[in-house]
Design a protein around this ligand. Sequence first.
Ligand code: SAM
Length: 477
Amino acid sequence: MPSVFIKTYGCQMNERDSEAVAAQLVAKGYSLAKSEAVADVVLLNTCSVRDMAERKALNKMANMIGIAKKERPNQVFGFMGCMAQSRGQELVDKLPDVDLVVGTQKFHRTADYLDEILAGRREKIVDTAAEEKSEAAIREHLLNGSAQKSVSAFVSIMQGCNQYCTFCIVPYTRGEERSRTIPDIVAECRDLVSRGVKEITLLGQIVTSYGKKEKREEWRINGASASAPGAPKRSEGGSTLDPRPSTPLSPFVQLIEAVHEIDGLDRIRFTSPHPKGYGDDLVEAYARLPKLCESAHIPVQSGSDRLLKIMHRGYTRERFLGIIEKLRRAKPGIGISTDIIVGFPGETEEDFEQTLSLAREVEFDQAYIFKYSPRRDTPAADMPDQLSTPVKEERNERLLRLVNEIAARNYEKLVGTQVQILVEGPSKKNPARMMGRTRCNKIVVFDGSDRHRGQIMDVKITRAGSFTLYGDPAILE
Ligand code: SAM
């Protein structure tokens, strides 16, 4: 059977989509190649969020095709994901040697399409159509095979986005919000746990919108209609989830509760919520549900109310700060990270100062800072007062410096403390050492061995580096 190499650009959702496609191909007998140089099929899973990501994928494909023409004339090439969705046939027109273009609702068709192309039944396939229920088609996992078991897995709970932030291309590339059902997601999580997974991260563009559009009765797992498989136990006095929440539960918190009930699962995380839909029930969930790790990634985008409005974010600075305050009251020490865009059209020095002051006030543990990139068909791309690259770069630098300074100070404060980590495997930078994550999502590197993989361990922090902690489990032993 042929071998496949998949290269992924962009976010965790893209990583997850690639993993599912790879697992589907492996199930059909394909092998996974270590690089494009030795693969029969090369797939690029693309990102459209910023222009740079699109250009990187296009250049990579053009280069690979150039080399293949001389060295590997039978190699098959495909684009998948967001750029494939937004550009479709245009990609084949530009690069005629591309054989396959698969949109964001068609990942699960990739294996069949490749079979057809490799068998010579079809020469080229471009499929970017919408497909009902495709949100439930991203479910297979690789888990790195049996020798290198994954302890942490991502589970896609929904697809699409209805927020239409004026800067963002995602609603156009991923389509309308569609959520999977709770029983379906719980079944996938149970299967993962039975295969050794200890930590699950629930994934969606805006997870706080999970299930809000779907009004179907089988979604409700509270009270009278708590009949769905995977529904949390709410028997009198017997619930593991007491004390009971004081607010009605949103579908997303119901989902977290259902996943929380899975025996053998140690940790739950999720990404990304939206400040607009961040209800008190979610804040309370952190205090009630011991498996829900105290870390929250909440994209803020800007500290200026004026810009938040033009961005169509649907919340104010005060509302964002209110959520952070409540979270810290519920879980002191909770790790907080965010996404911020600098250089949005019309961003004045005053607006930017507001973002700096928000970063100072919140003291993020980590912030992903993006220089605004105009995306076609999004309202912000046509707004007046587009900022120059040097202005964006200068603001990016200033904000980065501030975020790094604050994070370094706060990481340093952890030296000498004892933290609990889940050991994931060898450290990426130094495979001779092991790495794990604290409940607050901080990386800890320590001298360990493969027998530690999958263990929850207490370690004492001996040193802090840049967004990495160094620990010693021996001190505790
Ligand atoms: N769905 C999440 C939300 O809306 O909060 C974020 C998803 S997006 C893939 C990840 C991040 O990319 C966003 O939070 C934003 O900071 C950044 N981003 C999106 N569009 C951008 C653009 N046009 N230019 C620069 N950064 C952008």
